[in-house]
Design a protein around this ligand. Sequence first.
Ligand code: BGC
Length: 797
Amino acid sequence: MPYSLLLGHRAPHLGAFLTLALAAGLGRPAAAQTAPQLGKASLKEVLAALTPDEKVRLVIGVGFYPSGFPAGMLPPGPPGGDKQPEKVAGAAGRTHAVPRLGIPALTLSDGPAGVRIDPIRGKDSTKTYYATAFPVATLLASTWDTTMVRRVGVAFGSEVRDFGIDVLLAPGMNIHRNPLGGRNFEYYSEDPVVTGNIAAALVNGVESNGVGTSIKHFAVNNQEFNRMQLNSKVSERALREIYLRGFQLAVKKSQPWTVMSSYNKVNGTYTSQSPDLLTTLLRQEWGFKGLVMTDWYGGQDAVAQLKAGNDLLEPGTLMQYNAVTEALKNGQLTPAQLDQNVTRVLELVMKSPTFKGYKYSSQPALKANAAVARQAAAEGMVLLRNQGAALPLAAGRKVALFGNTSYNLIAGGTGSGDVNRAYTISIAQGLGQAGFVANPALSQLYAQYVKAEKAKITKPKGLLDPAPVIAEMPLAADQLQPAVAAADIAIITLGRSAGEGGDRQVQDDFTLTAAEQALLKQVSTAFHAQGKKVVVVLNVGGVTEVASWRDQADAILLAWQPGQEGGHAVGDVLSGKVNPSGKLATTFPVRYADVPFSGNFPGKLLDASAKGGGLMGAPSENTYEEGIYVGYRYYNTFKVKPAYEFGYGLSYTTFKYGPLTVVRSPNNDITARVSVTNAGKVAGKEVVQLYVSAPKGQLEKPESELKAFAKTNLLQPGQSQTLTFKLTATDLASFNTATSSWVADAGTYTVKVGASSQAIKGQVALQLPKAVVTEKSRPLLVPQQPLSDLRVGQVAK
Ligand code: BGC
């Protein structure tokens, strides 16, 4: 969607911009030679030397001037913003410089799967600026491997640094509330413990390079529909336990340099304008020490944003500049408040590589980083089905490759989560390099078809336009039969693309299209008739329907959107070079209607006659009626059988679990231990999950909840490893809205160790003799009307 539409709701205000000559009336700068310099003088002295106008500029970005956008399509930036030289072409945001005080401009860049900048600068194509496209966030979470994700972060952050960027606008870490969420591929999981731990690992890895991150979108931005005007109505308990907990964990475990507030409202207030969220919770209760920035053009009231603790308004507009300047003059914004926001900007500047004079090369270690991308991709793929040990493929097998995305891999999602990469390895290429021989006639047929179809498609113009989809090619019997006769096995790849700017659809997106169903049926019937097997590879960014068709496939590999090295990684897994060890961090339900309150997604327009949809649309709301029963918390508690449950994933080997032991110390430090043995014939890794079921106390509780997880090393056949999990009473607690406190009830807990949320391998009772209040708060982000969480026995509509 073009930005003019994206920003449509502001159109009435744009005409009202005042061209105030402000600087003159707002104080005179100190002479350059005597002016205190940032980093040398104290912050107090620097603050004192800044003019009010300079302070206003420091909390507002310079504006957004992306190449390819006609002038006037985007709101104008603050005066002179367009004159500030751009350091990295295609970076999403910049801050103002104040050279006379030694304050440089910072450069901020997307996004969650790799550095997103222009690969070519101007007309000069002799030098390129391609970045590594790592696997999408959903795949990274499916590794359940914080060491691996940290390694990705280290590689990723080195590109941030080497391209001259100060802050990476990632990771995204909203909860997968509904499979249709258009940006789910940028997010990790339906569970806050997975989300928080994986995000912290990525942040720690990226920031080890001396650059910053921005965990986003804080908070409750679980869909794209009307995202800039949507009010998410959520109970306080669901907020604390589900939607905020991951952020809380990430802050605790990684203290990211920045947080990005989200576009939406929560319980009536824009998150970017909520002191409850940005000051009381984030800073006072959780101890966040960094800066908060808005999402691009997010919120409505710049002054309220600054007061709420949103220190930097990105990308910065003239309207914001005028509003803040005016508020400073008329007293609506106190100098003390502005100083607080400016201080946080200056603290960020002082940490940045730009301030430290880092000499960046614009030549990151692309080769080494591609190797990391490939390894991570293989580690996060999930083997969903493997009947009759269809996989791994024996060396040298002749394969018939079906499906457009076998030849045209979808590396990642669209919008700001996309990455300008130098290449993408297709599955056909990856399998070829792994030593498999693809049926040449069939490959030729697809190559021609994909080329011809691509030529018909008009290239998306806007950053947020969805990627066009090429329908599956109908196969005539005389095209199919030679491939059946010549190949040992069929591989069908089915692909999905989604991204910023729109949510997915049930029909033909969550479910298979008619053409895909026909392809699957035709190929599986023909191959099975010859006693030959069929493997389906899912090249998708989010959850899709599998239950209705999975019986037609002998094996299903969920390859996700695996980044630029995806084809190699698929080759590694299908050949058995890498034994799959990924597990689902989000449930695959049998049908869309099984998702709680699925019919309410993505929400409703407040004025039904208004034109809704898209990014802006009109004021809308979405009530989170399922409360805390999100994902497996719902399916397992309400006994709704999923297609593949949370935590599920197969391996080419099998694992045996030893007895679980659980010890509680008098101060409620809990240690659980279990030994895992590779009982099969090939080396492999196992993801081990620790769940806890709570006693019947004052609050309704899910059947069980994930509290910790770990992944074994690569275990050789017969080899064992003991895994240790440490919990405290905090991990057992739930949020009691009546008392605004987190409480672990007294009673008997059941600690369970599982290979998934339903494959429980051992359990031990744990007594908590006395209830423990682990955190005390006060009512925050309270819904305008009371919202109750579902109760067991109640049925979700
Ligand atoms: C997205 C953010 C992104 C920003 C800058 C916004 O539209 O929601 O995730 O970081 O743009 O590109």
